[in-house]
Design a protein around this ligand. Structure first.
Ligand SMILES: *Cc1c(COP(=O)(O)O)cnc(C)c1O
Length: 381
């Protein structure tokens, strides 16, 4: 037994890594430590209270609790997307606005279920032509749901939810939004934006641990699913919702410790407030892009189409450059960057979300400059 005993004394320290990948993001020590709790059976009322708190607070971040609720799933963010898509598709016509890697993923999920859907492609690196979208929807009066991604994490492209919500209202179409990488940073107002289902996860701007996907749903949109047979057993959105409402338990074992961390992350989000969080992220982004420009980098997107949460950066066009050696050099210094995700352009990505601020970004830029100087001297190749 002896070697199992761990001591968390006052000098217990966890090394701090600055994650500049687009989630999981850097977390605070208090969120990390919130996972260390007495063992508990998740069917106990005490744990039901923790989940109810999470459900209520997540709902209130973007909507109101009278008309909306949140459905939790154990799983990564994609589990939440698949839960919604597989739960709404039977007998319904879906329309996917595809302008990035994650809306492309929605199409892949729908193909897996052999669903009948319309894929409308829009350029991956420039803003949607909203009038063209209007016209396209007018050509398809049978569409029931429009599915899209708020913030395309592969590029940093931000779609205009207010505009698309308006278009959906004009066409009496329900709006389904993957807001994985915008939720808890960029303001979202589900009632005003006319959103029926919004999907996000615990480990991006919420600054929690990976392992919880959630769907914030308009209760009426959720109720309509009663008539629609779900195509997945585990990811059945309506069953998960009704079971929780009845029992305050999840149908299957939830990620218990991750949910404790999520509760703490929500408390810290509320303490900071969303406007201040987005301001902190935006300041980091400004520091980042100013510094990168100074180092000679160019960006995939125009600033005006940018979320200011992630930046796709063209790779240096020199023979000594290799993404992996740059990544490894930065990693050794405590910074994690991410490869690009648009196959037709050579980019890498730097996100500026999580429990970090512009002083971390300044340090990152110093280490990057050190790497680039070494590269120019031919040291790192
Ligand atoms: C992160 C992310 C997802 C989910 O990815 P997982 O690896 O399943 O967590 C989905 N959509 C978007 C836009 C994302 O940024």
């Amino acid at each position: 037994m002896k070697e199992r005993l761990m001591k968390f004394g006052p000098d217990f320290k966890i090394r701090r890594n600055v994650l500049l990948n687009p989630g999981p993001a850097t977390t605070t020590d208090s969120v990390k430590m919130a996972q260390v709790v007495p063992d508990i059976c998740p069917r106990e009322k005490e744990f039901g209270d923790v989940m109810q708190f999470i459900v209520d607070e997540l709902t209130e971040l973007v909507a109101n609790r009278e008309e909306y609720t949140t459905v939790l799933f154990g799983g990564s963010g994609t589990a939440g997307v698949e839960a919604v898509l597989s739960s709404i598709l039977t007998g319904k016509k879906l329309f996917v606005l595809n302008n990035g890697a994650y809306s492309e993923r929605m199409c892949k999920i729908l193909r897996t279920y052999q669903a009948d859907f319309i894929e409308w492609k829009s350029d991956f690196i420039t803003a949607v032509d909203y009038d063209a979208l209007r016209q396209e929807l007018s050509r398809h009066p049978d569409v029931d749901y429009l599915c899209m991604v708020h913030h395309e994490t592969g590029t940093g492209l931000l779609n205009d939810l207010s505009e698309i919500g308006k278009i959906c209202k004009e066409h009496a179409v329900e709006l389904v939004v993957d807001a994985m990488s915008s939720f808890a940073a960029i303001p979202i107002d589900m009632p005003a934006m006319n959103i029926a289902f919004l999907i996000a996860s615990s480990n991006k701007n919420l600054q929690g641990m990976a392992g919880v996907a959630f769907v914030i749903a308009h209760r009426q949109a959720l109720e309509k699913l009663k008539e629609i047979p779900a195509r997945s057993f585990y990811l059945d959105l309506y069953a998960q919702h009704t079971y929780f409402e009845k029992t305050r338990q999840t149908r299957f074992t939830p990620p218990v410790q991750t949910l404790y961390a999520l509760k703490q992350a929500i408390l810290e989000t509320k303490e900071e407030t969303l406007p201040i969080r987005y301001q902190r992220y935006t300041q980091s982004w400004e520091t980042l892009t100013t510094g990168l420009r100074r180092l000679g980098f160019r960006f995939l997107l125009r600033d005006s189409d940018q979320s200011k949460l992630i930046t796709a950066i063209f790779e240096p066009d020199t023979k000594n450059y290799h993404f992996d050696t740059m990544h490894d050099f930065l990693y050794q210094h405590g910074f994690t960057i991410y490869p690009g995700k648009v196959s037709s352009y050579d980019t890498f990505r730097v996100a500026n979300i999580g429990a970090i601020d512009r002083t971390d970004i300044t340090e990152f830029l110093n280490v990057l400059q050190e790497y680039l100087e070494g590269m120019t001297r031919g040291e790192n190749s």
